[in-house]
Write a protein that binds this ligand. Structure first.
Ligand SMILES: [Zn+2]
Length: 102
C-alpha cells in the first residue's frame, strides 16, 4: 500500500526531530512544499489524541535566545535580542501523547 507524501513526512517525524531541509532531502520535495505539508500534519495531529506535534524552536547561536513563541512553520530570519542571523533551523517531530512532559 502506497503512503502519500504527507503520510511519509508524518512517519519520518515519529522517528526523529527533523528540519524542513532534512525532510525535503528525504522525500525529494522543495522546502516550501514540505512546509505546506507540515502545516497540515500539525492540524491533523492536533485532532489525534494518541500523538502530538512538537516544534523544537530555533535558537540564536550568538546569544542562545530561543524562539519559544514561534508557532509558524517558517524559519525566523533574525534574533530579536542581538540581531544575529546565525540561527539554528527549527525541527519538528510527532511523539506519542503518553510521553508528554508536564
Ligand atoms: Zn541572539
Amino acid at each position: 500500500m502506497d503512503r502519500t507524501p504527507r503520510q511519509r513526512i508524518a512517519d519520518l517525524l515519529t522517528l526523529a526531530p527533523m528540519t524542513t531541509q532534512q525532510i525535503a532531502a528525504v522525500v525529494k520535495m522543495s522546502e516550501r512544499q514540505v512546509e505546506d505539508h507540515l502545516g497540515h500534519i500539525m492540524k491533523t495531529v492536533a485532532r489525534d489524541r494518541s500523538s502530538r506535534f512538537v516544534l523544537h524552536p530555533s535558537e540564536c547561536k550568538d546569544c542562545d535566545f530561543v524562539f519559544r513563541d514561534r508557532h509558524r512553520i517558517t524559519r525566523p530570519s533574525r534574533c530579536p535580542q542581538c540581531r544575529s542571523e546565525l540561527l539554528t533551523d527549527p525541527r519538528y517531530s510527532v511523539v506519542p501523547s503518553a510521553l508528554q512532559e508536564n
